[in-house]
Ligand binder design. Structure first.
Ligand SMILES: Cc1cc2nc3c(=O)[nH]c(=O)nc-3n(C[C@H](O)[C@H](O)[C@H](O)COP(=O)(O)OP(=O)(O)OC[C@H]3O[C@@H](n4cnc5c(N)ncnc54)[C@H](O)[C@@H]3O)c2cc1C
Length: 507
């Protein structure tokens, strides 16, 4: 057996009986892992350990303070209200304020030459874009076979058709607005270009109604609430990167080895490691290798780079009523030289407060920005703002805080997308729990390896609610495996359940 090759000299430091053999191991203390822990505890199961690689909890949720303001380096919004389980959780725990007055969103849309574009033109293109976008989503619902492979190709064709009805100069301005919207879309979808996103399954992502909501005390307040019923010192082991998961030992347990040499055994392991890390490490992490359908999913699904750049200023410089500066760039001549043109992917500067702005960046350009200094980023952003606002007195920011989600070894990207060459079914395959029956019995009712995290939710992938539901489902499967978890797959029925069962004799 593979597990017999485990280095015998490495042993966990057990400071209490059973400390290295809990009933359940959860790998990762991000939202999915902490949600699973929360629901296990709420149902009376306390003998579990969470092994977390970083020295903090939260993963892609990270609220920090910048000056006097709270900012989110990862998740910021609760996307949608109706039917959103994380909204319901936040509401039940008094973490959201539904009476918040939303300020009107006023924008300036400007070209590189500092020329302002009328809002009516902006509205016209936004509206048109919305319909093109909906058309792309419809393929999934109607099961109609698209004639092009990617969302980008379809959009490009629709946009070209639309622009053909305008004069050259009118079309050029509108094209710049479409490019701005497509760049924004790459940050939402988590990709470099919409050419990467599969058209047939674009509508698989389910958008919940109710708009986007922020959490007054920061997204981290959800984490604090989730861990409030845990004995965190005992059950969350930070600085414990898992290096090997031996999941087919002859005694039916899983052996989890950490980089520090500690070894844990358990009958059930919930893996919430982000897709980016799985892509880079699944071969080293799992012994034996994962089933082919999981490997296929890990390799084919997208895990794009999306980064944020926060610019803090000493004094306000924009009219208080303006909340966003939209950048309408001239077409890029040579987009192979990312080093020279990376900043042209910055589609806007969003005002968070009068002295704090946020720019988003995706794909290759985000990757490049991760490799340069904050000082360089500050200079470039200052030049852009001066140019687009036609105002040489726009000050330099006093501080730049930017994320580097690709360079983070325990994330290696930002979030999941259904890339061309992958399908929603790949997410379902990644989510399938693995049942390994112990050789001395023929019965196994609870899964051995469970997979949770945003990448495992077939309709809410890329979001906090996806991570939340997946963590809750993993806990539910272990609490009552006969129940299954309805929300983790679209149409879970007994037939589907049986296809999830590996190594289990059904008769
Ligand atoms: C820039 C950005 C903006 C976002 N904005 C939003 C938003 O506005 N709204 C929204 O709903 N979602 C948003 N998201 C997505 C959201 O943050 C994620 O979907 C969600 O937080 C993922 O939770 P998770 O538990 O699946 O993964 P993670 O939070 O990544 O947790 C996984 C955990 O596993 C740990 N880990 C990794 N490898 C190992 C290992 N080998 N051993 C042990 N531990 C390991 C990690 O350190 C991490 O703590 C955003 C994400 C990013 C990056």
């Amino acid at each position: 057996m593979a597990g017999e090759n485990a280095p015998k000299e490495k042993q966990a430091v057990a400071d209490e009986p059973g400390a290295n053999s809990p009933d359940i191991i959860i790998i990762g203390a991000g939202l999915a892992g902490l949600t699973a822990a929360h629901y296990l505890t709420a149902n009376g199961i306390r003998n579990f350990k969470i092994l977390e690689a970083r020295n903090r909890i939260g993963g892609r949720i990270m609220t920090i303070t910048l000056g006097t303001q709270r900012i989110e380096l990862g998740a910021n919004w609760i996307h949608g209200v109706l039917g959103n389980p994380i909204y319901e959780y936040a509401l039940a725990n008094k973490l959201v304020d539904i009476t918040i007055d939303k300020k009107p969103h006023n924008v300036i849309a400007s070209t590189e030459q500092g020329k302002k574009i009328p809002i009516t033109v902006l509205q016209e293109v936004y509206e048109q874009y919305f319909w093109f976008y909906k058309k792309c989503e419809d393929y999934f619902v109607s099961k109609q076979r698209p004639t092009t492979e990617s969302v980008g190709q379809k959009m490009e064709a629709d946009i070209a058709n639309y622009l053909s009805g305008f004069s050259a100069s009118e079309a050029a301005v509108r094209k710049m607005i479409f490019v701005h919207l497509l760049n924004r879309e790459t940050c939402i979808s988590g990709c470099d270009s919409m050419d990467e996103i599969d058209l047939a399954d674009f509508g698989a992502y389910s958008e919940l109604p109710g708009g986007n909501l922020t959490i007054p005390l920061g997204f981290s307040s959800i984490l604090n609430s989730l861990i409030s019923n845990l004995k965190t010192e005992e059950c969350i082991l930070k600085d414990h990167p898992v290096s090997r998961i031996r999941w087919k030992l002859s005694d039916g347990t899983v052996e989890v080895e950490c980089e520090n040499g500690e070894i844990y055994h358990s009958k059930h392991v919930i893996v919430t490691i982000p897709l980016g890390v799985l892509k880079a490490k699944h071969e080293q992490l799992f012994e034996p290798a994962l089933p082919d359908d999981k490997i296929h999913a890990i390799e084919k699904l997208g895990f794009g780079i999306v980064d944020k750049i926060f610019l803090e200023y000493e004094r306000p410089f924009l009219h208080p009523d303006i909340s966003e500066v939209i950048n309408l760039w001239n077409p890029i001549e040579n987009d192979n030289d990312v080093g020279k043109s990376w900043f042209k992917k910055i589609y806007s500067f969003m005002k968070i407060s009068d002295t704090l702005y946020l720019a988003w960046l995706s794909g290759r350009e985000a990757e490049h920005a991760e490799s340069i200094t904050a000082e360089e980023i500050a200079d470039v952003c200052t030049n852009i703002l001066r140019q687009f606002l036609n105002d040489p007195y726009v000050p330099k920011p006093i501080r730049v805080v930017r994320t580097r989600w690709l360079s983070e070894p325990y994330t290696r990207g930002s979030y999941t997308s259904i890339r061309t060459g992958s399908k929603q079914s790949d997410i379902e395959n990644l989510a399938k729990p693995i049942y390994v029956h112990p050789s001395d019995t023929k019965v196994c009712t609870k899964p051995t390896l469970l997979f949770a995290g945003e990448a495992t939710h077939p309709t809410f992938f890329s979001t906090t609610h996806g991570a939340f539901v997946s963590g809750k489902c993993a806990a539910e499967l272990l609490l009552d495996s006969s129940k299954g978890c309805v929300s983790n797959v679209d149409s879970q029925n007994s037939e589907m359940m049986s296809s999830w069962v590996e190594g289990l004799s059904l008769n």
